[in-house]
Design a binder for this molecule. Structure first.
Ligand SMILES: Cc1cc2nc3c(=O)[nH]c(=O)nc-3n(C[C@H](O)[C@H](O)[C@H](O)COP(=O)(O)OP(=O)(O)OC[C@H]3O[C@@H](n4cnc5c(N)ncnc54)[C@H](O)[C@@H]3O)c2cc1C
Length: 123
């Protein structure tokens, strides 16, 4: 049987989660990360007594939740782009570790449904 390969852009928590759930469900994966470290904004290292993260000039938890957007659902696809899905803190207002990880899991659940496969999570 041919194994579908998923290209994942970014090795932040959402990309890593997507990769893990994809492999658990029999997909082959390639993760493309433009930084030398994995982990995205959750990665950190010490240098000269300071703690650095990868959120230079970025937002550390995505959109600021407000009364207007807290119940918003941000689409995970873009018009005209088939087989392209988004996961991570920018599609989950408020961001955070749990929602970024969960968005990767959700994405693979959607792909499994589309492929007629039962979504599996090891016990
Ligand atoms: C200092 C700090 C403290 C935090 N504290 C908490 C906390 O206490 N609790 C909590 O729940 N959350 C916390 N967060 C938020 C949480 O860490 C983030 O919401 C979550 O890690 C976001 O993960 P992500 O994968 O969605 O995005 P990102 O981490 O932004 O990952 C995106 C990845 O894609 C890569 N990338 C982007 N463009 C390209 C490209 N063109 N090609 C290849 N790679 C690309 C980036 O280099 C990055 O590795 C904190 C964040 C920071 C910075």
């Amino acid at each position: 049987m041919h194994t579908k390969t998923i290209a994942i852009i970014g090795a932040g928590l959402a990309g890593l989660s997507t990769g893990c759930y994809a492999q658990m469900n029999g997909y082959s994966t390639h993760i493309f990360e433009h930084h030398s470290k994995a982990g995205g904004v959750a990665a950190a290292w010490r240098r000269d007594g300071c703690l650095y993260t990868l959120n230079h000039k970025g937002a550390y938890m995505s959109w600021l939740p407000s009364a207007d957007n807290i119940l918003e659902t941000i689409p995970r696809t873009l018009p005209g782009l088939s087989n392209f899905y988004m996961a991570g803190q920018w599609v989950t207002p408020g961001g955070s570790v749990p929602t970024s990880l969960f968005s990767g899991r959700q994405l693979i659940e959607v792909l499994c449904n589309q492929d007629g496969k039962k979504f599996a999570v090891p016990k």
